[in-house]
Design a binder for this molecule. Structure first.
Ligand code: NDP
Ligand code: GDR
Length: 376
């Protein structure tokens, strides 16, 4: 007896594994949240880099793999490189089973109830999936005895900053979450740090500021606006209803951000990084630029809940405020400082704000126009 307590916590299942250096010569990624916006871009990136990509999908009565459709088609050319597994971040046994059978070298935990407003209505569920779900994945890695073999990426968020303490927000800015989503992600952030320190795991947080694309879910504000601008310009919708149009966000393009996720897992030592553009814009500006992109001139009038945007040509209101979309507690301003990622990872966003808006609106115009043709 050395007098030291035995602080190693044994793994329950020992797989017959080669040593970590040997094991990591393969390139096998496991992605939770693969059906989401980021999951689809990350899958494209990793397949291009020669990885075998495995994804966790939820069983759904409706089709939920639309963002991956093009990759399925491709797989006829690259059989065996891309596989989906049914699973859920609320089901520990299933996570252990998937990890034990896939034996990944990198795990990207992108799965989450990711809507901030919805988290106020489904607070417990959000805590379970976004907070404890992260713990379940980390423990599944340990249960399989893979803690020295696997690198783990956690989709942390600028929502951790919440109420403004300082700007721009960096890796050292104190957190002050403002929603059940932000609080759940705060638990996830710290459990990742804790498992890194306690068990020496290569586990990292990417603290990502808002990132958007034509694949963004339709209830997030950017996509809601780009779709509405397209539909209104084609007379398929008359008015767009929004909540807090004064909120300011640091918006980048999702394709740039998944590149950063991958870079975070390729470093010599595990660290946490902010990915952001370093610019902030109000929701109102996203509206202005979206309508400009469809060739419509609008002007704002009124104040508060009575504020509205008028189509200069017709005199009709095309955007109105509906308090239904306000949140019980709001994050007013996000502005990230990506200096560490730029310096250490050599990462920099490529797509600027104007190009992002244009790409999203053009994609929605194209989709809306093709539907018009279909109906004719
Ligand atoms: P999406 O909402 O587009 O995708 C979320 C994914 O999580 C979907 O694949 C969804 O599956 C899956 N999911 C939801 N609940 C569960 C569950 N119980 N078990 C397993 N999977 C589940 O999010 P994004 O792609 O935009 O974001 C990816 C991650 O990054 C999320 O964790 C998000 O919180 C975080 N994040 C996002 C930012 C952004 O601006 N986009 C910024 C910072 C962080 P299904 O398709 O079946 O619903
Ligand atoms: P956010 O994104 O909450 O930042 O979370 P969202 O697009 O939902 O809201 C951004 C800002 O716009 C304001 N807003 C509206 N939002 C929505 N959804 N719908 C509206 O009609 C509307 N009107 C105004 C909001 O109040 C808010 O201030 C996103 C998610 O992807 C998270 O998962 C991620 O962690 C963060 O970005 C970074």
């Amino acid at each position: 007896m050395s007098g030291q307590p035995d602080i190693t916590v044994p793994a329950f299942t020992k797989l017959n594994l080669p040593p970590p250096e040997e094991y990591r010569k393969r390139k096998v990624a496991l992605i939770s949240g693969i059906t989401g916006q980021d999951g689809s871009y990350l899958t494209e990136l990793l397949l291009d880099k020669g990885y075998d990509v495995h994804g966790i999908i939820r069983r759904s009565s409706s089709f939920n793999t639309g963002r991956l459709h093009h990759l399925y088609e491709d797989q006829h050319e690259r059989p065996g490189k891309f596989k989906l597994h049914y699973g859920d971040l609320s089901d520990s046994t299933n996570l252990v089973y998937i990890i034990a059978s896939v034996q990944p070298t990198e795990i990207y935990n992108l799965g989450a109830q990711s809507h901030v407003k919805v988290s106020f209505e489904m607070a417990e569920y959000t805590g379970d999936v976004d907070g404890l779900g992260t713990l379940r994945l980390l423990d599944a890695i340990r249960t399989c005895g893979l803690e020295a073999h696997v690198r783990f990426y956690q989709a942390s968020t600028s929502e951790l900053y919440g109420k403004v303490v300082e700007t721009p927000q960096s890796e050292t800015t104190p957190f002050y979450p403002r929603s059940p989503y932000g609080c759940a992600k705060l638990y996830a952030y710290w459990i990742v740090v804790n498992y890194r320190e306690a068990y020496g795991m290569y586990a990292c947080n990417g603290i990502l500021f808002n990132h958007e694309s034509p694949r963004r879910g339709r209830t997030f504000v950017t996509r809601k606006i780009s779709r509405a601008a397209a539909d209104i310009s084609l007379n398929k919708q008359s008015c767009l209803y929004l909540g807090n149009i004064d909120a300011q966000r640091d918006w980048g393009h999702a394709r740039d951000y998944v590149e950063g996720m991958w870079l975070i897992l390729q470093q010599d030592k595990p660290e946490d990084f902010v990915l952001a553009t370093g610019e902030t814009h109000p929701v109102r500006e996203f509206v202005d630029k979206s309508f400009a992109a469809v060739g419509m001139e609008i002007r704002w009038e009124g104040t508060g809940v009575n504020e509205q945007a008028i189509d200069v040509k017709t005199g009709k209101a095309v955007v109105k405020v509906d308090p239904k979309y306000f949140r019980p507690a709001e994050v007013d301003l996000l502005l990230g400082n990506p200096a560490k990622a730029e310096r250490v990872l050599g990462w920099k966003r490529k797509v600027d704000f104007d190009s992002l808006v244009k790409e999203m609106v053009e994609a929605d115009l194209k989709a809306a126009a093709s539907l018009v043709e279909d109906q004719n």
